[in-house]
Unconditional design. Structure first.
Length: 90
């Protein structure tokens, strides 16, 4: 078996509107499929304005969404081969 180096690239962008930070991402997979994910963060009015913190929270939520999509994709691909329900655990 040959080892191969595979790279995945995620494009992520942030948009701040008032106290809300929105994040959007696009992941292009080697099989040609694209997955899109979104996340958001809302700053409490009493909290200091720290855009980086909002970006980090929105990105974490986005990546959680993306992780769930990848797990479902993997389960579907396993089921196509095994013809039995697959449940991937994290």
């Amino acid at each position: 078996m040959m080892n191969a180096v595979v790279g995945w690239h995620i494009e992520m962008e942030f948009n701040e509107i008032g106290s809300e930070t929105r994040a959007a991402a696009l992941l292009r997979l080697p099989d040609g499929r694209e997955l899109r994910a979104h996340g958001h963060a809302d700053r409490h009015p009493d909290d200091p304005d720290q855009p980086r913190v909002g970006e980090e929270i929105a990105a974490a939520r986005l990546l959680n969404d993306l992780a769930q999509q990848l797990l479902h994709k993997a389960e579907s691909e396993i089921e196509e081969v095994t013809h039995t329900p697959a449940h991937v655990r994290v």
